[in-house]
Ligand binder design. Structure first.
Ligand code: GDP
Ligand code: MG
Length: 439
C-alpha cells in the first residue's frame, strides 16, 4: 500500500505538467490503494474530500514541497480515522478490575487474553484468567496451557457446561482473593449467531465487567465494519484489540472498525507468542500501513528488550543519529530475531532487505556490521558527511571489511534516513511521552 501511494505521489511530482488534473488522478490512485487495503469505501470517499480540502492545489505556492504536503495530508487523515477521541478504561490498582473478551471464533481471544494478563502482570497487577468458553471442546485446556506458561492463576471447569455459571464463579473467587485484573475469556462462533450474542449478554450481566474488549482478526477486511457494529449493538464493548497484524492483511479493516464504532483500539497482536502484544498508537499504525517505518514502535520494542540503548536513545532525543548508533541497531536487530518483523519497523531497512528471507537478511546485516567495524572511531561517531567529503574513506572501509563501495554507500544512505527521522523525532518527544513509550 505504502509503495503504491508513494508511487502515485512520485508520478505527480515527476510529471511535467503539475496541473490539477494530475493531482486529481493521484488522489484517485491513493484512494484505490486504500480500498484495496480494506479501508471502508465510504471512509475513503470522505478522506478524498478532506485531502482535497486540505491540499488546495491551486493555492500551493510554487516551489513548496508538494510531495511532502500530500503525503502528510494522507497520513493525517488516516490518523484521524483511527483515533476515536475516546479514552479507554484504565484499570486501577488496589481494586478488582474485570475485563471481558468477546469476538468470533478464531479471532484470537484466548491467545490475547493471556498476552494481556501477562502485560498487566508485568506492570505489577495481581492478575488472573477465567475461561468461560464451554462451547468449544478443549477451550479450557488451551487457556490452562497458556496461563501455566505465563504463570498466571486461572479458573475453569471441565464439567460445568453453563458459561454464565463458570464466569460468575471464577470472577467471584478471584475478587475474594483480591485479584486486581480478572480477564474473562468467552467462546465465539464461526458467524454472528443469535445464541452467541445471547450468551455474551448473559455473561456480561453476570460479571458486570469494567471493560469489554472486542477481539478482531485483522484479516477480516471489509467485513470489519458490519461485524464491529453488530457486536457493539449487543455487547457494547469499550475497546478493540486487533490481532494477527503480523500477517499478510493490509489492516485497513481496523480503521473501518474504529470509524464505525468510535471505539479505541488498545492493543494489537503481532504474533503467536506471549510477548507479541503492542500498545496501539495511531501514528505508528498508519506509518506501518503506509510503509513509512515505525520509529515509535521500534523504540518501544527495543526498550522492552532491555538492551543497552542509552546512547542511541539520548542521541535520538537530541535529534542525532550517528553511524555508531546504526551499528548498535544492527547488532540489536541480530539479537532480536525474526528479522522480517523488525525490518518493517525501520524506515528504509525493509527496502534494503528487499525480498530476502531471514537468512539472507541476517547475512546482509552481518556485512553491514563488518563495514562499521572497519571504520575509525571518528567515522563511527560522525553523521556520514565525512565520507562524502573524502570518498577515499569509502574505498578503504570497503577493502577492510571485505565488502564493496556500493554496500558502504548503502549503509551511509540508511544512516541518512535514520538521521532524518531522528531530527523529526526531536520535536516528537512530547508525543512519545503522550503515547507512553517514554516512561
Ligand atoms: P479464539 O477462538 O478467539 O479464542 O482464538 P485463539 O486465541 O484460539 O486463536 C486462534 C489462532 O490465531 C491461534 O492459532 C493463535 O495462535 C492465532 N493467533 C492469535 N493471535 C495472533 C496474532 O497476533 N498473530 C498470529 N500470527 N496468530 C495469532
Ligand atoms: Mg478461544
Amino acid at each position: 500500500l505504502g509503495r503504491r501511494i508513494n508511487a502515485a505521489v512520485n508520478d505527480l511530482t515527476r510529471s511535467a505538467t503539475l496541473d490539477e488534473k494530475a493531482f486529481d488522478g493521484m488522489i484517485k490512485e491513493i484512494c484505490n490503494a486504500l480500498v484495496e487495503a480494506d479501508v471502508n469505501i465510504k471512509l475513503v470517499a470522505g478522506l478524498r474530500n478532506s485531502i482535497k480540502k486540505t491540499v488546495n492545489f491551486k493555492e500551493l505556492a510554487p516551489g513548496v514541497n508538494k510531495k511532502r504536503i500530500i503525503q502528510k495530508a494522507v497520513f493525517d487523515e488516516l490518523v484521524k480515522l483511527v483515533d476515536p477521541h475516546n479514552t479507554p478504561y484504565q484499570p486501577k490498582k488496589g481494586k478488582s478490575n474485570v475485563i471481558m473478551f468477546v469476538g468470533l471464533q478464531g479471532a484470537g481471544k484466548t491467545t490475547t487474553c493471556t498476552k494481556l494478563a501477562r502485560w498487566y502482570q508485568a506492570r505489577g497487577f495481581k492478575t488472573a484468567l477465567v475461561c468461560a468458553d464451554t462451547f468449544r471442546a478443549g477451550a479450557f485446556d488451551q487457556l490452562k496451557q497458556n496461563a501455566t506458561k505465563a504463570k498466571i492463576p486461572y479458573y475453569g471447569s471441565l464439567t460445568q457446561t453453563d458459561p454464565v455459571i463458570v464466569a460468575r464463579e471464577g470472577v467471584d473467587k478471584f475478587k475474594k482473593e483480591k485479584f486486581e485484573i480478572i480477564i474473562v475469556d468467552t467462546s465465539g462462533r464461526h458467524r454472528q449467531e443469535q445464541d452467541l450474542f445471547d450468551e455474551m449478554v448473559q455473561i456480561q450481566k453476570a460479571v458486570s465487567p469494567h471493560q469489554t474488549i472486542m477481539v478482531l482478526d485483522s484479516s477480516i477486511g471489509q467485513a470489519a465494519e458490519a461485524q464491529s457494529r453488530a457486536f457493539k449493538e449487543t455487547a457494547d464493548y469499550g475497546a478493540i484489540i486487533i490481532t494477527k497484524t503480523d500477517g499478510a492483511a493490509a489492516g485497513g479493516g481496523a480503521i473501518s472498525a474504529v470509524a464505525a464504532t468510535h471505539t479505541p483500539i488498545v492493543f494489537i497482536g503481532t504474533g503467536e507468542h506471549l510477548l507479541d502484544l503492542e500498545k496501539f498508537n495511531p501514528e505508528s499504525f498508519v506509518s506501518k500501513l503506509l510503509g513509512m517505518g515505525d520509529m515509535a514502535g521500534l523504540v518501544e520494542h527495543v526498550q522492552s528488550l532491555k538492551l543497552d540503548q542509552k546512547d542511541t536513545m539520548k542521541h535520538i532525543a537530541e535529534g542525532q543519529f550517528t553511524i555508531r548508533d546504526l551499528r548498535d541497531q544492527f547488532n540489536n536487530i541480530m539479537k532480536m530475531g525474526p528479522l522480517s518483523k523488525m525490518a518493517g519497523m525501520i524506515p528504509g531497512l525493509s527496502g534494503m532487505m528487499g525480498q530476502m528471507d531471514d537468512d539472507e537478511g541476517s547475512m546482509k546485516l552481518k556485512r553491514m556490521i563488518y563495514i562499521c567495524d572497519s571504520m575509525t572511531a571518528k567515522e563511527l561517531d560522525s553523521d556520514g558527511k565525512i565520507f562524502v567529503d573524502q570518498p577515499s574513506r569509502m574505498t578503504r572501509v570497503a577493502k577492510g571489511s571485505g565488502t564493496s563501495v556500493r554496500e558502504v554507500e548503502e549503509l551511509l544512505s540508511q544512516q541518512k534516513v535514520m538521521g532524518g527521522m531522528a531530527k523529526k523525532f526531536k520535536g516528537g518527544m512530547q508525543n512519545m511521552q503522550k503515547w507512553g513509550v517514554w516512561t
